[in-house]
Design a protein. Structure first.
Length: 276
């Protein structure tokens, strides 16, 4: 009998403890972090503003970069790039930019039946040309970068240089590289109107040409955009996207790092953004 009473008392105590504990206020659950809105434009450290476009979960600049210094999150923050004073090979292997907006010569043959449609307004949209180490933020062209490495380089904070897979993904969005070039190219500014693009992508890629130091060539007929990937065997070259006036395709080609080319930056939309 005593044993049964003891059991009853223990049960009652357990029930009372449970009731009391269940009545105690529980700490509130932490609020989930507020998601960042998806940007509609981006501004660099020099206060240049760029329009952007979304492809999947990647945002692309739709204008050529024209910043002259590295942003605050870069390993080279605060360093200002300079234009080349000469074309000595040792200088070309150090970071520099060339302002293609200073280009004044007509890129088209005088005997061409086509009107020169590379207007002053378009020239002002060509931006700056950077050699590879300037674009990637390395001290010279001797670095070797694999295709999986994310490189901020000269891009604004949070943004980075494209990699091979980024370009290829963009080509797929546009129906394949065989026709992507025509959709990437601007409607005006190319050597011939028939050599221009449809700009169906909204990327508005103008024919900014390239430079070796202060010598600018191929404006109006070609443009190249730097990839962060460098060759592992011949580290003197790195990968670019090439667009040519009489070619509808988009080509990934390796060219010498001392050349100065255009830059477009991208932003990855991860779980910290309010993606819809």
């Amino acid at each position: 009998m005593k044993k049964d009473s003891l059991i009853i008392v223990v049960v009652i105590l357990v029930v009372l403890i449970y009731i009391v504990s269940s009545c105690e206020p529980k700490p509130p659950k932490p609020e989930p972090p507020e998601l960042k809105p998806v940007p509609t434009s981006v501004t660099d450290i020099d206060n240049n503003k760029y329009q952007i476009k979304r492809f999947g979960n990647t945002l692309w600049m739709t204008e050529n970069l024209r910043v002259t210094r590295y942003d605050t999150a870069s390993s080279r923050k605060g360093i200002i790039l300079s234009e080349p004073v000469n074309n000595d090979p040792s200088i070309l292997n150090l970071p520099y930019f060339t302002d293609v907006r200073n280009y004044k010569e007509s890129p088209y043959y005088e005997e061409s039946p086509y009107t020169d449609n590379l207007t002053d307004e378009i020239i002002n949209s060509l931006g700056l040309l950077y050699n590879w180490c300037a674009a990637t933020g390395f001290e010279d062209n001797s670095a070797s970068v694999g295709d999986k490495t994310k490189v901020q380089g000269i891009c604004p904070n949070g943004w980075r240089l494209p990699r091979t897979e980024d370009w290829e993904s963009l080509f797929n969005y546009l129906g394949g590289k065989e026709i992507a070039g025509e959709k990437l190219k601007s409607m005006y500014g190319w050597y011939t109107l028939s050599g221009s693009g449809t700009n169906e992508s909204g990327m508005n890629c103008y024919p900014a040409g390239n430079a070796a130091g202060s010598i600018i060539t191929s404006v109006g007929t070609q443009t190249w955009f730097w990839n962060s990937k460098s060759q592992t065997v011949t580290i003197t070259k790195a990968e670019t996207l090439e667009l040519f006036y009489d070619n509808k395709s988009a080509e990934l080609k390796n060219i010498y790092k001392f050349n100065a080319n255009s830059v477009r930056c991208i932003l990855d939309l991860d779980s910290t953004y309010a993606i819809q």
